[in-house]
Design a protein around this ligand. Structure first.
Ligand SMILES: Cc1ncc(COP(=O)(O)O)c(C=O)c1O
Length: 435
């Protein structure tokens, strides 16, 4: 019987197109999905940048099942369960030095809201309560809640939703096709774009600015890498003015760029770091904010029986999520997955950059096991060419992702070289067919 499709209003989906020509997934294992009819699909995007260890990993499956049977839920306010502590200790073993406190959420969007609130409240508890302004970056993606879309810089995610948060401004994005097209790894040009923060300090005065939030590698907007020296410069400007630096590592966290976190890949440590997705290998919704001890400790004053930070979610530190995350970290460690992208990035880069010269390919970008291929838009029909490429790849049994006219690849970190060849080969054929 055909699935009835009227009731489900799908997120971030062309609902009418989808329901005319559905793309359903029914099963997953390792590097693959299968459709309900049994057609095999090679997963070129780790589900949605999250299934970093590949699908249906036995340790994780077992941990979730056992936890559901043992204890389904534990209230996280004024109560806790042992795995929440165990997981936090394990997580801070792999975070950049200094980020030693973990606050649990259930998604990337919630991690962003949490970090923004932490930043503003941190200044206030220190007696610097005028620092309320938040700075994002053009083309940034920080989830879909009001704080996240306010600091975010993707026009279509903002324009329908009114005036957003007050007191937010944006630095310029770093995409520069004229100077950096077809860079392998970090582009050479654009470190000076970090100085845009100085412009906003001049405009607003540092004493009003709480934090700057950026993705170390902007993912959802189409894989934009930080120019060499850019993040270092941003860090230095934040330090100079007492502004907190927040990295949104929801995509880059858990091995995507070749180190556990992009902060380590680029050698720049933020004050707060947002994660989600790969924390549980995508199996159970979970996110987290990592904070420096300096930030955490600033809250730990006042009468000891009073709550220090009025924030949290019913499902913060959910037992199923904690169990899944612990098993995920074990799987990552057993198989060296958090640094595997560094070993494969040369091969992946060569494969991806072999697409240069194909019709309409105007840029190729890569780091670790993430890549972006930018296409020239069809005249008058933005986003359509890449969408056609996506549909063509799907028909050929390969899942890629598109945003505007950019095709993104981010395979599970267990990917093997022949699978990289298949991914890129299928993409090449699709790009030619959609010329
Ligand atoms: C950098 C970044 N931040 C936040 C989010 C939002 O995460 P979620 O969809 O889990 O709310 C995403 C999702 O792709 C992301 O890439």
């Amino acid at each position: 019987m055909a699935t009835k499709m009227d009731a489900y209003w799908m997120p971030f989906t062309a609902n009418r197109q989808f329901k005319q020509s559905p793309r359903l997934l029914a099963k997953s294992s390792g590097m693959h999905y299968w459709t309900p009819e049994g057609r095999e699909i090679l997963d070129g995007v780790a589900g949605l940048w999250c299934v970093n260890a590949g699908h249906a990993r036995p340790k994780i499956v077992q941990a979730i099942a056992e936890q559901a049977a043992e204890m389904d839920f534990a209230p996280p306010f004024q109560m806790a369960h042992p795995k929440a502590f165990e997981l936090a200790e394990k997580l801070v073993e792999i975070t950049p030095a200094g980020l030693s406190k973990v606050f649990y959420t259930n998604s990337g969007s919630e991690s962003v809201e949490t970090a923004l609130k932490m930043a503003i409240a941190y200044h206030r508890v220190r007696g610097d309560g005028a620092r309320t302004r938040l700075i994002g970056r053009e083309r940034g993606y920080h989830g879909v809640n009001f704080g996240g879309i306010s600091v975010g810089g993707i026009v279509s995610n903002r324009k329908m939703f009114g005036t957003l948060l007050a007191g937010v401004d944006h630095i310029r994005h770093t995409h520069d096709l004229a100077r950096n097209a077809f860079s392998v790894g970090q582009p050479e040009h654009g470190a000076e774009l970090a100085d845009d923060l100085e412009r906003l300090v001049t405009l607003h005065d540092a004493s009003t600015i709480a934090a700057v939030i950026v993705e170390p590698v902007a993912g959802s907007t189409g894989v934009l890498l930080p120019p060499k020296g850019y993040l270092e410069r941003l860090r230095a400007i934040c330090d100079k003015h007492g502004i907190l630096l927040i990295f949104d590592e929801v995509i880059t966290g858990f091995g995507r760029t070749g180190q556990p976190f992009a902060a380590q890949t680029f050698g720049v440590t933020p004050d707060l770091m947002c994660v989600a997705k790969g924390i549980t290998n995508g199996c159970v919704p979970m996110g987290a904010v990592f904070a420096s001890a300096k930030i955490h400790d600033a809250f730990m004053n006042g009468p000891e029986h009073l709550i220090e930070f009025f924030h949290g979610y019913t499902y913060s530190a959910h037992p199923l999520a904690c169990a899944a995350a612990l098993a995920t970290l074990e799987t990552y460690a057993d198989e060296g997955l958090l640094t595997r992208a560094a070993q494969l990035q040369g091969y992946f880069a060569d494969a991806l950059h072999s697409l240069k010269g194909l019709p309409n390919v105007i840029d190729i970008r890569n780091i670790g096991l993430v890549g972006g291929v930018e296409l020239a838009p069809l005249p008058g029909e933005p986003a359509k060419r890449a969408f056609n490429v996506f549909l063509d790849c799907w028909d050929q049994g390969v899942l890629v992702r598109t945003t505007g006219d950019i095709v993104a690849l981010s395979p599970p970190l267990i990917v093997e070289k022949p699978q990289i060849d298949r991914l890129v080969g299928t993409l090449a054929a699709a790009i030619k067919r959609c010329a």
